[in-house]
Design a protein around this ligand. Structure first.
Ligand SMILES: [Mg+2]
Length: 189
């Protein structure tokens, strides 16, 4: 089920995270990500796999996090209430059939996109309705390795699980981010 996948699309809350959000007094929501998941996604992007984030959330920090994962701004879909059109837009923009794209989600709003995807995936702690429609249920929970599990399986099966330490993390960031890193001495993680 992993060998035909050419791109990945992910929900965030409950997939990249354990579903927890910290509500700040200014109205923003803070999330904790898993570095192993993030390394996996960045490795996929560096090896030529398009990656989309399709989330109902909206936050400045999501933009920064997505960029650091190798997700282009074009493929970051925030405030996505109906995820199916956004998933199909991502597939079309990549010139891929939905059959060639994996979608990972954990809750009810993800189900239409999961049903359209070539590989439907959920974390072990997804809601029952999502588990019922997914072809692959990761043994790992959201925010605890389910993203890494999928990406590593696909890339290894296709002989693309490669890490090039000479490629700078910032290679895919826009010029403005690179300039900021040069000016401040801080690179984006
Ligand atoms: Mg979710």
């Amino acid at each position: 089920m992993f060998e035909h996948i050419k791109a990945f699309a992910f929900d965030i809350d409950g997939v990249f995270t354990d579903g927890s959000v910290m509500a700040t007094t200014d109205g923003d929501l803070l999330r904790t990500y898993n570095s192993k998941d993030c390394f996996g996604v960045r490795t996929a992007a560096d090896n030529g796999y398009p990656v989309a984030i399709i989330t109902g959330g909206c936050s400045e920090s999501i933009i920064h996090r997505s960029r650091s994962l190798g997700v282009t701004d074009r493929h970051l879909y925030q405030l996505s209430k109906n995820k199916l059109p956004d998933f199909l837009d991502f597939c079309a923009d990549c010139g891929l059939s939905p059959d060639q794209v994996a979608f990972v989600g954990d809750d009810i709003p993800d189900i239409p996109a999961l049903k359209a995807a070539g590989l439907s995936v959920c974390p072990a702690d997804a809601v029952a309705e999502v588990k019922a429609v997914c072809r692959y249920i990761s043994p790992y929970n959201g925010g605890r390795g389910c993203v890494r599990d999928l990406v590593e399986k696909v890339l290894k099966m296709q002989g693309n699980w490669r890490f090039d330490p000479t490629t700078p993390w910032s290679a895919k960031h826009p010029d403005s981010v690179l300039k900021n890193a040069l000016l401040t001495g801080k690179n984006i993680k």
